[in-house]
Design a protein around this ligand. Structure first.
Ligand code: XIL
Length: 338
């Protein structure tokens, strides 16, 4: 009897120590029906990175490998293997994968600029959507169909698709995508679109409302949320915006969260507090507004974050520091999900 008890205790403690038995952010979020996660880069192929991803994420998104320049550098070659390997890891660990992004004005392949006519663009668009979505049907559950379609003043961005097809390219892409995989959730993703009253946010809302009225298939709007501790953070305006989308039956993804700190203030306790406040307030919103479906950070680590290269004199925007140590904000996210 004693031996049996010792054996049971031993097995129980091994289970508690391994990641499968551990209480994690990913597991807590799953219980609350929230998708939480990160953009992944090469960490998704490395054992330590995989452990960190599993602890934090029940959904992941590719930081770069699903963009045209990476996926389809020339018209005939498709680089599927990186995506397939990441997807395999995710599926083995019950993690959803979001596609980012079918169409965008950046990180495009050069051959796209050979398109001359509306017909060229439609054909290319349809081929891209069909090839990706047929391959991953039932496996990729959420798509950013178009990324960053507006200018700050609310006019349409004149990307390569807009130039050849006009504003109609958006409805076209959504319609073709729905036909390929009716179960996939289709999103339009944008930055600086979170606060009601901002010209871009209002333009996007009005456009999505129009799409709904016209019966164009769309499930959600992504709010990237690349934020800074020294810029205004207005949770009431974010909530108000989310609620008007709820009335349209539109879901929201917090799709690329990071909160950068001015380099001169990396050690300033007030900035660190502000960063925690922003991350946790966004989580509060995600947990209390039923149409917010996901809370995704744009990379977990200060070491590899895109922020310092993009926003000069800013950094430390993530939930792990440059030495891959968890910051307090990580614990706060964990606690809030209890
Ligand atoms: C960024 C990546 O993080 C960088 O590695 C890359 O060099 C440029 O793109 N909004 C988006 C993302 O929708 O695709 C961008 O990702 C960050 C801003």
């Amino acid at each position: 009897m004693k031996k049996i008890i010792i054996a049971i205790t031993l097995i129980a403690s091994i289970f508690a120590l391994s990641s499968c038995g551990k209480d994690t952010i990913a597991k807590r979020a799953t219980k609350k029906d929230l998708k939480i996660g990160t953009a992944f880069a090469s960490d998704v192929y490395d054992p330590e990175g995989q452990e960190r991803i599993k602890e934090f994420s029940n959904i992941i998104v590719a930081e770069n490998i699903m963009k045209w320049a990476n996926l389809r550098p020339n018209a005939k070659f498709w680089n599927w293997s990186d995506i397939d390997n990441a997807l395999k890891f995710a599926e083995e660990n019950n993690i959803d994968v979001k596609w980012h992004t079918l169409f965008w004005h950046q990180q495009n392949s050069n051959f796209l600029y050979n398109m001359k006519t509306k017909e060229d663009a439609e054909k290319m668009m349809d081929e891209h959507i069909t090839t990706v979505m047929q391959r991953y049907k039932g496996r990729i559950k959420v798509y950013d169909v178009v990324n960053e379609m507006f200018e700050e003043n609310g006019s349409f961005r004149e990307n390569i698709w807009y130039k050849l097809m006009g504003e109609e390219y958006l409805a076209h892409a959504l319609t073709v995508a729905r036909a390929q995989d009716p179960d996939a959730k289709l999103y339009l993703n944008e930055f600086n679109n979170e606060c009601v009253g901002h010209p871009k946010a209002d333009a996007m809302y009005n456009f999505v409302k129009k799409l709904k009225e016209e019966g164009v298939p769309i499930d959600g709007v992504g709010m990237q949320l690349h934020l800074a501790t020294d810029l205004p953070f207005e949770p009431d305006k974010i909530r108000a915006n989310i609620r008007r989308y709820a009335e349209l039956g539109i879901d929201i993804s917090f799709s690329e969260i990071d909160v950068r700190i001015p380099a001169s203030k990396f050690n300033d306790p007030a900035e660190i507090e502000m960063q925690k406040y922003i991350y946790t307030t966004l989580l509060d919103i995600a947990l209390t507004e039923p149409n917010v479906k996901s809370y995704i950070v744009w990379g977990m680590y200060d070491r590899t974050s895109w922020v310092p290269a993009t926003f000069p004199n800013y950094g430390n925007a993530c939930i792990y520091d440059v030495n891959y140590n968890k910051k307090e904000v990580y614990e706060e996210i964990f606690n809030k999900l209890k």
